[in-house]
Design a protein around this ligand. Structure first.
Ligand code: COA
Ligand code: AMP
Length: 245
């Protein structure tokens, strides 16, 4: 009987979160994975590693497909993003309003610590609007070969993490789309995920902007308790990579 564990790492510097990552691995791989994750952040004054046994593991056969749009600038990138969101039933004004908020810092001018949840009718539904909700407990079953394959195609480890997270999100019946920009001021590529595809948009934010965040667009019929339980608790391994388009 295989025993799986979740390993979560987070690090901060002077009280500011600077790095977070997670893996779902077999018990025998714990020492190597703990060592790898502990070496990820370069400059920190606090690092936490949490290891938890997973008793109820679920599987997703295939990740979202991946498609890249290279655009002139972040303004054009956001036009593309809004069009994709509109095709998923998100109202243009609703999309633009919350995208603007993310670019300006959705937690009173600072970054939220998790994602914003916005209904198709434009209501924010997070229990705590400064914190948001965080998606955890997801990984690729064979992370190594998927990372290698994506790197050969010019993607980075960051993309591997983001595709895993977005795949878990879009697997929930109430989430229709996700919008994401990093809070790293040097990383301007972002994405919009739909039920089938992870659209990597380059660029999606202005260089040097320290603001970032995620928006989960959900059906009006969403059950928020159920959604939190799913995002924060349910554990998934993703078996295969979707198509590279
Ligand atoms: N951003 C900012 N602060 C964070 C954070 C994040 N992503 N994750 C944790 N923290 C801080 C918060 O202060 C949090 O307190 P809060 O719950 O009141 O917000 C505190 O750490 C404890 O958080 P907790 O949820 O207990 O952390 P954890 O030990 O379970 O680890 C992580 C969670 C770090 C693994 C998860 O948040 C994460 O970052 N996963 C990786 C996501 C990923 O792959 N991102 C890349 C996609 S591009
Ligand atoms: P990152 O892609 O790590 O640069 O994170 C970009 C933004 O997404 C952060 O500023 C948070 O607002 C949000 N975020 C970070 N981690 C998570 C998570 N695990 N689930 C949902 N949102 C997150």
């Amino acid at each position: 009987m295989k025993e799986y564990f979740s390993v979560k790492m987070r690090a901060s510097l002077q009280g500011k979160h600077i790095s977070g990552a997670e893996r779902i691995v077999l018990k025998e791989d714990l020492p190597i994975v703990i060592s790898q994750l502990s070496q990820r952040p370069k400059d920190f004054d606090f690092l936490n590693i949490k290891v938890e046994k997973i008793n109820d593991l679920h599987y997703i056969e295939k990740s979202l497909n991946i498609k890249t749009f290279n655009v002139k600038d972040w303004i054009e990138g956001n036009k593309v993003a809004v069009e994709i969101l509109q095709n998923q039933g998100v109202d243009k004004k609703v999309a633009e309003k919350y995208i603007d908020l993310i670019h300006q810092g959705a937690a009173d001018g600072e970054n939220m610590r998790g994602a914003m949840i916005v209904s198709l009718s434009g209501e924010r539904l997070e229990k705590d609007k400064i914190r948001g909700v965080r998606t955890v407990n997801v990984d690729f079953e064979d992370r190594e070969s998927i990372t290698q394959l994506l790197k050969e195609k010019g993607y980075t480890e960051r993309t591997v993490d983001a595709i895993a997270l977005a795949t878990k999100n879009l697997n929930h019946v109430s989430i229709v789309a996700e919008y994401c920009i990093s809070d790293d001021p040097d990383y301007t590529i972002g994405y919009v995920a739909t039920k089938t595809t992870y659209y990597r948009i380059n660029p999606l934010k202005q260089k040097s902007n320290e603001k970032g965040g995620r928006i989960y667009f959900v059906k009006d019929t969403v059950n928020i308790e159920d959604l939190y339980e799913y995002l924060e608790k349910k554990a998934f391994l993703i078996k295969n990579l979707g198509d590279l388009q």
